[in-house]
Design a protein around this ligand. Structure first.
Ligand code: 5GP
Length: 352
């Protein structure tokens, strides 16, 4: 639905240069922008070309940008595996909506608010947070997300930290180091499983042990952020397990697959998402020559020395993650050597 002129703000999730756009009716009339820019929508009268300005731009003249639906269609043509949603009245719900939360894409007041809970001093740009909007909540193809100026409340805290990265990048080591650095301040979720409890395990410590029937019911009720099956048993992380860490007044450290991040970007959680990225192939060979990796293909979970294939896979997987989900990351830390990456992680937290 067209918005009141100039009242809507969006965050661009891709780079756009009108000079490279063969479809634009007049290149000079186009507005170039970069991923992450906040744009003010001045008119949506045309279904294909909207008129917009950069946030805070005093110049009254607006430029043309591709409409969300038009851009999604263009992206979809390049990625035939992705199905795009109808423009309006989509029946598809985000996970967070299904789970009874207020929409998948409120987000981001806290994105970057770790450091920037007020005006970003460097750029002097205001903080924006995502707003609920059906039209802006349906796409698997990142084009724009609707945002509203973020007004930080005095008691707002950043409570959920999501760590994302390819297998072997050192994400678990970093998480472990953070945890032991201050067990009062940081916490982790306890996963659910349907496998029988082992003698040395206690319910609620290593896992929360539940029946297959209950697990399946919980899955149907969208209580899990993620789950998987291993040797005929289910394992999963529930939304409630995140809540229970936060209820203890701790920062919940969660590592998940990047595709689940969008389900966590709710008004309730406002996660801060950190991507742990591998260094160059040469640096991987150099820094990991004596390190070990637990292969996902190895049933026993035994650690083995890294192979050249592991390094290549790590780089490839990081590249895919960044290109598909980079717009969801608030911070990227390159784990070249563990001590430096950890210190960068700590500094990020300490700036809070
Ligand atoms: P185990 O039964 O030996 O404790 O764990 C078996 C497998 O379950 C491991 O590969 C472990 O990574 C996986 N697992 C443990 N917790 C979770 C979880 O919360 N979600 C998923 N998807 N897998 C898990």
């Amino acid at each position: 639905m067209p918005v009141k002129e100039g009242k809507m703000f969006i965050r661009a999730l891709f780079d756009y240069d009108p000079n490279e756009d063969k479809a634009i009716p007049c290149k000079e009339a186009g507005l170039a922008f970069r991923k992450g820019d906040i744009l003010q929508i001045m008119s949506q009268d045309d279904a294909t070309w909207w008129q917009a300005k950069h946030e805070g731009d005093a110049n009254p003249r607006a430029g043309l940008i591709p409409s969300k639906h038009f851009q999604e269609r263009r992206f979809a043509l390049r990625r035939p595996e992705v199905q795009i949603q109808p423009l309006k009245n989509s029946n598809r719900k985000s996970y967070a909506e299904c789970a009874g939360h207020n929409s998948g894409s409120y987000l981001a007041g806290f994105r970057r608010s770790f450091r920037l809970s007020r005006k970003d001093k460097k750029t002097n740009k205001s903080m924006y947070e995502c707003k609920k909007s059906d039209q802006y909540d349906t796409a698997d193809i990142p084009t724009y997300e609707e945002v509203a100026k973020y007004r930080r409340q005095p008691n707002d805290k950043y409570r959920l930290v999501v760590l994302v990265g390819p297998v072997g990048v050192g994400l678990n080591e970093l998480k472990r180091k953070l945890l032991i650095s201050d067990t009062q301040h940081y916490g982790v979720t306890v996963p659910h499983t349907t496998r029988p409890r082992r003698s040395q395990e206690s319910d609620g410590v290593e896992y929360i042990f539940i029946s297959k029937h209950l697990f399946e019911t919980d899955v149907q009720n969208n209580k899990f952020i993620e789950y998987g099956e291993y040797k005929n048993n289910y394992y999963g992380t529930s939304l409630d397990s995140v809540r229970s860490v936060i209820a203890k007044n701790k920062v919940c450290l969660l590592d998940v697959q990047p595709h689940t991040v969008k389900h966590l970007r709710t008004y309730e959680f406002k996660p801060f998402v950190i991507f742990i990225k591998p260094p160059s192939l040469d640096r991987l060979r150099e820094t990991r020559k004596n390190a070990k990796i637990i292969s996902s293909k190895d049933d026993k979970g035994t650690a083995k020395p890294f192979t050249e294939e592991d390094f290549q896979e790590m780089i490839k997987s990081a590249h895919v993650m960044e290109s598909q989900y980079g717009h969801l990351f608030d911070k990227v830390i390159v784990n070249d050597d563990l001590a430096t990456a950890y210190s960068e992680l700590k500094t990020t937290f300490d700036r809070k």
